[in-house]
Design a protein around this ligand. Structure first.
Ligand code: NAD
Length: 395
């Protein structure tokens, strides 16, 4: 089997796929549509990052493609519906940079509590301002985490280990880790937190959910962090509260409008406001996260080609397939009544015992994984003939 990895994907991915016996071709840059179609002939596994566009046209013209991996977080660059309609699972790495974001948040919490942005700037300007004014330890201070998902929960654990007292608010029912305490409302959290940090997801209803009203409810001299999404907070309201001195400092990694490429100019009302740390959406950007993305996505691709597993695919039904003996049938089909009966009729004509059978559906697509004892050379051909079949592989 051949794999094509584009856009300088970390070598960890090449290592994993090569060791499993795949022939791996790597290319440093992205490919345009026509080049990609040409490059994908005979290729079973494609790895891309955010630049290569895996369009419907490319998918239609690449019959050998079995699975695609986005070695990043987002999957907007892939025509996910078109891939699903061809039975091609698409994978990404949504959680490989969780720790990186948490570590940046911890660094910023300490830096803001000690007013390091101002002190650093003054030193560069030749001003020796040795003073304890406005500087605090974080030990014993109350950290209010809004959004207790992967990042929020991991931050909770690390912040407690530094002696912070953690409270959190989440719209979903989340288990409190360690000694963290769940707040019943956002208002309750804002009334108690010395430092408020946003780790919510980007759902549409979160647009500007943290605005003037919420900043006004924060404690006097509290601090604010947002390393989640740029559209969830009102920058102008934050600037007003920083300039009035109500909020003592802020760390921002995400902005309502961000430049598309590195090196492009950036403008924000947050610039040159004292005790504000601005970073260019690098919360998750570390070497370690890149290695983990390489490991994670390559693992998912390999699992799919060797066992048929689709766990954590973003576009097709998810099945944890695991190891098997004998013959395994991987059948992607149109999710219509009677399809399993017709599939089983074909299987019944073969002299084999069904040892495992599982089905999952997602929208218009159904996926069945079936293990049959013995070898059945004609099975793939017979199942491909069924009207409902989208893609079938017998391994
Ligand atoms: P997640 O989906 O695991 O957690 C998000 C949590 O927020 C969920 O528990 C959800 O119920 C909760 N939530 C959603 N809306 C809420 C609201 N209005 N009030 C309270 N809780 C709410 O996501 P994650 O992996 O923890 O990531 C958190 C955020 O960080 C995401 O927006 C993600 O895109 C962003 N992120 C940023 C970087 C970066 O480089 N700065 C890197 C990775 C992730």
């Amino acid at each position: 089997m051949k794999a094509l990895l584009l856009e300088n994907i970390h070598s960890e991915a090449t290592r994993i796929l090569t060791e499993a016996g795949l022939e791996v071709e790597t290319r440093p840059g992205a490919l345009g549509e026509d080049e990609l179609i040409e490059a994908l002939q005979g290729v079973s596994v494609l790895g891309i990052r955010s630049t290569t566009q895996l369009t419907e046209r490319v998918i239609e013209a690449s019959p050998d493609l079995l699975a695609a991996g986005c070695f990043c977080i987002g999957t907007n660059q892939v025509a996910l519906g078109a891939a699903a309609a061809k039975g091609i699972p698409v994978f990404n790495a949504p959680y490989s940079n969780t720790r990186s974001v948490v570590e940046l948040a911890i660094g910023e919490i300490i830096a803001l509590a000690r007013r390091l942005p101002e002190k650093n700037q003054m030193m560069h300007q030749g001003v020796w301002n040795k003073s304890a004014n406005g500087s605090h330890e974080i030990r014993g201070r109350v950290l209010g985490i809004i959004g207790y998902g992967n990042i929020g929960a991991q931050l909770s654990v690390l912040a407690e280990s530094l002696g912070m007292s953690v409270i959190f608010y989440d719209i979903a029912d989340k288990l409190a880790l360690g000694n963290a305490r769940r707040c019943d409302s956002l208002e309750e959290l804002l009334a108690e937190a010395d430092l408020v940090t946003l780790h919510v997801d980007g759902r549409a209803s979160n647009e500007n959910f943290f605005g003037e009203e919420q900043f006004a409810m924060m404690k006097d001299r509290a601090m604010f962090l947002n390393l989640s999404r740029g559209h969830v907070y009102d920058v102008d309201a934050l600037v007003r509260h920083l300039e009035s001195g109500h909020i003592a400092g802020a760390g921002l990694d995400v902005f309502p409008s961000e430049p598309k490429k590195a090196g492009m100019p950036f403008e924000s009302p947050l610039q040159n406001v004292p005790n504000v740390i601005l970073t260019p959406h690098v919360g998750g950007s570390t070497k370690e996260a890149q290695v983990d993305i390489g490991r994670f996505v390559a693992g998912k691709l390999l699992d799919h080609v060797t066992t048929g597993g689709t766990q954590m695919s973003v576009n097709v039904p998810e099945i944890v397939a695991g190891a098997f003996e004998g013959t395994r049938v991987l059948h992607m089909h149109h999710n219509v009544p009677g399809v399993m009966a017709r599939l089983n009729q074909v299987l019944a004509q073969h002299d084999g015992n069904i040892t495992f059978q599982t089905l999952a559906t997602r929208g218009a697509i159904g996926y069945a994984v079936i293990d049959v004892s013995g070898q059945h050379p004609n099975l793939q051909h017979e199942l491909a003939e069924l009207d409902e079949t989208v893609r079938v592989r017998v391994i």
